[in-house]
Design a protein around this ligand. Structure first.
Ligand SMILES: [Zn+2]
Length: 181
């Protein structure tokens, strides 16, 4: 744990907010992923959600495969003050791009609800072999009920968007939540 990391936060509270944002993304035609950034006092300082199915605007990244929830959030906040004291929550294990962006920004901690056995970068998020990116702590799936809720929410997108081998990884990781899709 980095020395500037915050005191314990109620992970479930913030993960619930990421799931709410993920549901909003689905309603608006994007993929079901949400993210929030929380400061050391437990305040949500930014919210982001996937916008891959929506148009790019002057204010928001959109309409491209890189319009992920975490990028939406990071582009909104711009320069971070004391990034090591911040925790980024995501409804889904961040991909290589978003995990890398969090590490590049020096964000102190990343927490996610649901593993993404196909697109996730959690195994690499410690960036142990990268000299400049060793300061981001990783907390995976701290709440089993929310993990399953996130898996149910994302499973249709995994079925639709991932190649067969990716979907098979999802079925193996979350058999109940992917059943019948
Ligand atoms: Zn991503």
């Amino acid at each position: 744990m980095s020395e500037s990391a915050s005191p314990p936060l109620d992970h479930a509270r913030y993960l619930r907010e990421t799931l709410r944002l993920a549901e909003e993304s689905v309603r608006l035609g994007s993929a079901p992923v949400g993210a929030v950034l929380v400061n050391r006092n437990g305040n949500i300082v930014a919210r982001g959600r996937n916008r891959t199915g929506e148009r790019q605007t002057a204010e928001r990244v959109g309409g491209a495969p890189v319009a992920h929830a975490e990028m939406d959030l990071l582009f909104q906040v711009g320069e971070l003050r004391d990034p090591g004291s911040l925790t980024l929550y995501s409804s889904l294990e961040p991909c290589l791009m978003c995990g890398g962006a969090c590490a590049l920004q020096g964000i102190g901690r990343v927490v996610w609800a649901t593993d993404d056995p196909w697109g996730g970068s959690g195994r690499l998020l410690a960036w142990e072999h990268h000299p400049a990116m060793q300061h981001t702590d990783v907390v995976r799936c701290p709440d089993a009920a929310l993990e399953r809720e996130g898996a149910r929410l994302f499973a249709p997108e995994a079925r639709r968007a991932f190649p067969e081998e990716g979907w098979q990884l999802w079925q193996r990781r979350y058999p109940e939540e992917t059943a019948g899709l």
